[in-house]
Design a protein around this ligand. Structure first.
Ligand code: CNA
Length: 263
């Protein structure tokens, strides 16, 4: 249910988009909950079923028991279900189609922005994605689908088919450095945009959560669309606490009206 106050904020954001020259969208797990993928921190989120302490790179490398738990988590239906983009992803892709988006910086590993139509070269995945798996011993890389096919219904931790080594998905574990070039380019865009829109993130995971701060410090306007309050709400120009799909859909409808000169 969209309140009058939210409708007014949506119009303000549509104006900001129409006027901005360099727009960046920064997303988190909340942009994908309407696709059926749970986030981490909402009630019923993944951290109610799994222990975040188990998801460190240290434990992945040193404890076969924890590694098995981590693989179970990563291969659980929750994260890997055959999800498709929702209205929020589609609105963000439309922004790019209209030539109004410089890039998406995402913490998500679900590839839904690319599935919605965003150019993969303009989607900076700060935490990697689940599409590719590589062997830490021989370096062999294979698509996840191949590993899933070979594994069948087995509950065992998958190992490299070539050398029997440890397989690691291209996702970033706690304690692991973010991919250097992706982080550098994402930071550049955050520092050079004039409008950054956060969609569905609790903004508590760093260094990703620095992106909105960099943008604001560089003089950009900051918009936050998130169901629940975040610690960056106080520095944002517009904060909308409502569902990403509905809000982003309505924002884009107004943007299109403005760009076609109807408003
Ligand atoms: P988070 O900490 O779980 O926060 C998600 C935020 O989204 C919360 O503040 C919610 O209130 C909000 N939210 C949930 N649903 C909606 C909705 N429909 N509309 C608007 N807001 C909503 O997740 P963050 O992304 O902030 O934390 C970073 C982690 C989560 C990254 O490391 C991700 O890799 C990781 N993650 C990714 C996925 C995915 O790829 N889909 C799923 C679960 C976790």
């Amino acid at each position: 249910m969209i309140t009058q106050d939210t409708k007014e904020k949506i119009s303000r954001v549509a104006n900001m988009i129409a006027e901005a020259k360099h727009i960046v969208v920064f997303t988190g797990a909340g942009v994908s909950t309407e696709s059926g993928i749970p986030d981490f921190r909402s009630p019923g989120g993944l951290w109610t079923k799994f222990d975040p302490e188990d998801f460190t790179i240290d434990k992945f490398l040193t404890s076969p028991e924890t590694r098995q738990k981590q693989w179970r988590f990563l291969l659980s239906g929750d994260l890997l279900k055959d999800a498709g983009p929702n209205a929020a992803h589609e609105a963000i892709a439309e922004l790019e189609e209209l030539g109004r988006l410089d890039c998406v910086i995402t913490q998500n590993i679900d590839y839904l922005h690319q599935k919605a139509g965003n150019d993969p070269d303009r989607v900076y995945e700060l935490h990697g994605n689940m599409k590719w798996i590589h062997c830490l011993d021989c370096g062999n890389r294979s698509p996840l689908e191949e590993i899933l096919k070979e594994r069948g219904a087995s509950e065992e931790t998958p190992v490299c088919g070539r050398c029997g080594g440890i397989l690691k998905p291209d996702v970033i574990f706690f304690g692991e450095a973010l991919p250097e070039e992706i982080l550098r380019e994402a930071t550049w865009h955050a520092n050079h945009c004039d409008l950054l829109i956060v969609v569905g993130s609790s903004l508590v995971v760093y260094p990703a959560a620095y992106m909105p701060l960099y943008a604001k410090q560089s003089g950009a306007k900051l918009v936050i669309v998130n169901l629940t309050p975040t610690q960056s709400d106080r520095i944002a120009d517009v904060v909308i606490h409502a569902s990403a799909g509905e809000v982003m859909g309505r924002i884009m409808a107004e943007v299109k009206q403005r760009l076609s000169g109807c408003v």
